[in-house]
Design a protein around this ligand. Structure first.
Ligand SMILES: Nc1ncnc2c1ncn2[C@@H]1O[C@H](COP(=O)(O)O)[C@@H](OP(=O)(O)O)[C@H]1O
Ligand SMILES: [Mg+2]
Length: 290
């Protein structure tokens, strides 16, 4: 695709923040509304830019979804801070002379405009998502995630904390052969996950996007999502908010809580699973973490 065609394809995508009507006042319903709107924009970008030049498609998708989220958050939640993968100022770690506003805010939207960027660029794949989470600090409760939405536009499905999905049923042994199914990155599974799976007699289920992997645990398509070796707060905040609202276990791989809106937004590891599986999985993780 020529530079000119790429540019006109991007301009043709409607990103007018005025579309979409008045959003819900409730933060969880607002998160759903926002993630769905960004998801619609991403579907349009995919249709208009096409898959011929994957790099251009990734860049157009990241930018269009980020612009939509930024515009709607400043329009409808102007007093709140934002931590976005695509926002240089908010995402940098705190250093001398550079203190992001979010560190002094008591409401911070933690967003990943396009999680599973690689899968978004591959024709026919539906394992990519938009993440919108709200982190809140106030005197009445410890700082925590108070809302979250994960839109999976190519699956026409959104999980959000306004109507948390039902807790996943115990898998039928006849369907799984009794093996634990661990969702893992399809392109860069951490090395220790293979050893962990062998130890547990588990099966790895490869797929893209952290949000989609946690959705797979919620849906009962996988029993756990285990990751270590690198990730950021925006990769997990929204799906973890939904998983916790659903009643699932979500923690660091050492069992400690996942903590958000930190000076450095790196959050390199996590485990999300059914509560009954957590003790066994955490014990096995102790044996296999690098
Ligand atoms: N080692 C690592 N370091 C940093 N980010 C990582 C990572 N492994 C996975 N991620 C991020 O986690 C998300 C899911 O990755 P995967 O599909 O491989 O499991 C991706 O987010 P983005 O698509 O938003 O970049 C990816 O960039
Ligand atoms: Mg991501």
């Amino acid at each position: 695709m020529s530079e000119q065609t790429k540019a006109s394809a991007r301009i043709a995508v409607p990103r007018d923040a005025g579309e979409g009507g008045t959003p819900p006042v409730n933060d969880s319903a607002f998160a759903r509304w926002l993630a769905d709107r960004a998801g619609q924009v991403l579907l349009q970008v995919r249709a208009e830019v096409g898959h011929e030049d994957g790099k251009a498609l990734k860049a157009a998708g990241d930018q269009a979804a980020h612009d939509l989220l930024r515009a709607e958050l400043s329009r409808w939640r102007p007093a709140d801070a934002v931590l976005s993968e695509e926002d240089e100022h908010s995402r940098v770690a705190w250093t001398e002379g550079n203190r992001p506003d979010r560190l002094d805010a008591n409401r911070v939207w933690i967003v990943d405009p396009l999680d599973g960027t690689r899968e978004f660029s591959e024709e026919g794949r539906d394992d990519w998502a938009v993440h919108v989470a709200l982190w809140t600090a106030d005197s009445s409760a410890p700082a925590r995630l108070t809302a979250g939405a994960v839109a999976m536009p190519a699956r026409h499905n959104t999980h959000a904390t306004d109507h948390p999905p039902a807790y996943p049923p115990m898998p039928l042994e006849s369907a799984t052969g009794g093996a634990i199914r661990i969702a893992a990155s399809r392109t860069r599974p951490p090395a220790f996950v293979t050893a962990l799976a062998e130890d547990l007699g588990a099966e790895l289920v490869p797929m893209g996007s952290a949000g989609v992997k946690i959705a797979a645990v919620i849906n009962g398509e996988a029993d756990a999502y285990v990751h270590a070796g690198g990730q950021f707060e925006w990769d997990s905040a929204a799906p973890v908010a939904v998983a916790l609202a659903t009643g699932l276990h979500a923690s660091r791989v050492d069992g400690s809580p996942l903590v958000y809106n930190q000076a450095d937004p790196k959050l390199p590891d996590l485990v999300v699973c059914r509560k009954d599986l957590a003790p066994r999985l955490l014990a096995a993780l102790q044996r296999h973490l690098p």
